[in-house]
Write a new protein. Structure first.
Length: 368
């Protein structure tokens, strides 16, 4: 691991650097002016950033630190520790990978403690970087052979780029740990990718959520517009198990003929029957969630502070006019293949044929 200290006064950060070095970090201190040159040579795992370039006299508002912070945020993001006499000058948002430490006696220990909190992320990022590098190398090596003899020699570089991107995306998915079951929220893509709405997007307006049902191909912007004249969405409501219970078929075990006379283990028997019914309901709901639909509800698991747990009602719709799209916020996207599952269950609800009532009782009694 390496830590990049950006400070015009090396003496003020020497104690902190000593702690990092004792814990096997490679440390380097640079001035504000050297940042652009050094960042092109290395990608630090963590940055320890002072705010005032030259101290309170020359840079009382911390413009030097603000400028470098903005560059790190936009172009080379990594965990940042704002370590300054006035760390609040940065104005950085509350973020899991940003810490603010005020310089003072013993503050070097707080800097190291912040770095320790980042450690699991740093290790995961290193593993991810290595995995991406392996996939990129093998993809470039093998894909180039496949297109070497294509007739479009003038655009071979663009073809290679397009094929390589698709191959990398597929290889990243294939690299998932198949032995560990995915968490429900792993079906999401957050933040959303691109500017086009997609089927399976959850959109929000006025604290109300909606699930986009219109196929993605009709939502792609071409020549300044999209093919769809309006966008079909399912209205969402907060997750409420009371809305789902009527779709359960498992029933409680009824009392047997001995229950009226039994007194010795009556409570135990009652508890056992309740526990059995609970297991049956869990099993039944698990099966429905696996199929993607409970009754006519598509269940959307919650994701931390991004999205509450929701039920998308596939029988309750909203039409969003194209001219009104900008008034909605794209919150999150459902990833493939869960997007395709949504398409399938929606068709199973909206596309089922309506059949007239028929007298099946007589027919059944004759053939049972």
């Amino acid at each position: 691991m390496n830590a990049l200290f950006i400070d015009d006064n090396e003496n003020s950060i020497a104690p902190a650097m000593d702690i990092f070095k004792k814990n096997n970090f490679v440390c380097q201190n640079i001035t504000f002016a050297d940042y652009a040159t050094e960042i092109s040579k290395q990608k630090p795992d963590v940055v320890v950033l002072d705010m005032m370039n030259g101290g309170t006299t020359e840079d009382p508002l911390g413009n030097g630190g603000k400028d470098i912070y903005a560059k790190i945020w936009e172009w080379s993001f990594c965990p940042i520790i704002i370590y300054s006499a006035n760390p609040d000058l940065c104005g950085a948002p509350t973020h899991p990978f940003i810490a603010k430490i005020q310089k003072g006696t013993g503050s070097e220990n707080s800097v190291w403690e912040s770095a320790c909190r980042f450690q699991p992320y740093l290790e995961a990022r290193m593993e991810l970087n290595n995995h991406i590098e392996e996939i990129l190398n093998s993809t470039l090596r093998d894909t180039a052979l496949a297109i070497d003899n294509l007739p479009e020699t003038k655009s071979i570089d663009k073809i290679l780029l397009r094929l390589t991107r698709r191959r990398i995306a597929a290889a990243m998915d294939d690299g998932l740990d198949v032995e560990t079951k995915m968490q429900p929220y792993e079906q999401y893509i957050f933040p959303v990718v691109g500017d086009n709405w997609l089927q399976g997007d959850v959109i929000e307006k006025g604290n109300s959520f909606f699930l986009v049902l219109t196929p993605s191909c009709d939502l792609v912007k071409r020549n300044g517009g999209i093919n769809a004249r309006s966008i079909l969405c399912a209205r969402c409501c907060p997750y409420d198990k009371k809305l789902l219970v009527r779709f359960f078929k498992s029933e409680k075990i009824q009392d047997c003929c001995m229950c009226k006379e039994c007194t010795k283990d009556k409570d135990t028997c009652k508890n056992n029957k309740a526990a059995h019914h609970q297991k049956q309901k869990v099993k039944e709901l698990t099966s429905m969630l696996n199929s993607g639909i409970v009754g006519h509800y598509f269940v959307l698991p919650g994701m931390a502070d991004v999205l509450p747990a929701l039920l998308a009602d596939l029988k309750n719709y909203l039409l969003v006019e194209v001219d009104d799209m900008d008034s909605y916020k794209r919150v999150i996207s459902i990833d493939s293949p869960f997007r395709e599952q949504l398409s399938w269950v929606f068709v199973s609800i909206a596309g089922r044929p309506g059949m007239p009532d028929r007298d099946f009782s007589k027919w059944a009694s004759q053939n049972i």
